[in-house]
Unconditional design. Structure first.
Length: 194
């Protein structure tokens, strides 16, 4: 992302599950959320940064991770993992992210969505057209919706700077030519990128 005017008010909204599974499946690595926040803000005036997480089963590990996100500068919003009859598990924040972005948009010049989920295309269009916000998207390009990238005012492909956005001893790049479904825990139901 290039340097933006410093007086722009920016909000950063991170779909943590989408980032986690995209990095895991594409590179077998962890995400550097501090670098993401710094890149998203880009020297502008940060109004709010929210990380949306799902609480699963590893409570102690998750608590340390959630605390780390808070120390970086994120407000952490968490939701319990849903377990359905038959053992299917699901967790997503799409509606919560959309509501927060719409509610905060009047206080922002730019909203930064950190997710590659194509389900956010109608939200991006609404923020641009109805609320007058500049919408920037950051995601790992090889697992992101190409239509989401095209719809945004600007798209930062984090695949182009893995050393900055990933934490790993060595990146194991895997072939991914589809959008990773992060709504189903495990991300195993992949959709083709449009």
């Amino acid at each position: 992302m290039r340097e933006q005017p410093k007086n722009q008010r920016v909000g950063v909204f991170v779909d943590v599950q989408n980032m986690y599974y995209s990095a895991r499946f594409a590179y077998n690595a962890k995400v550097n959320f501090k670098a993401i926040l710094q890149e998203a803000v880009g020297g502008r005036s940060l109004i709010r940064a929210i990380a949306y997480v799902i609480k699963a089963e590893e409570v102690e590990k998750e608590s340390v991770f959630f605390d780390a996100l808070g120390h970086i500068g994120f407000q952490v919003k968490s939701k319990d993992l849903q377990v359905f009859y038959g053992g299917a598990k699901k967790g997503d924040w799409d509606i919560g992210i959309a509501m927060d972005m719409i509610e905060l948009a009047p206080k922002l010049d730019t909203v930064v969505l950190v997710s590659g989920d194509g389900d956010f295309i109608p939200l991006v269009l609404h923020l641009q057209r109805a609320l007058g916000c500049r919408v920037e998207v950051m995601a790992f390009g090889k697992s992101a919706s190409s239509k989401l990238a095209e719809t945004a005012d600007s798209f930062t492909d984090m695949d182009k700077n893995l050393k900055k956005f990933l934490i790993a001893k060595r990146f194991e790049s895997k072939s991914v030519n589809r959008e990773v479904d992060t709504h189903t825990v495990g991300g195993s139901n992949a959709r083709r990128v449009e």
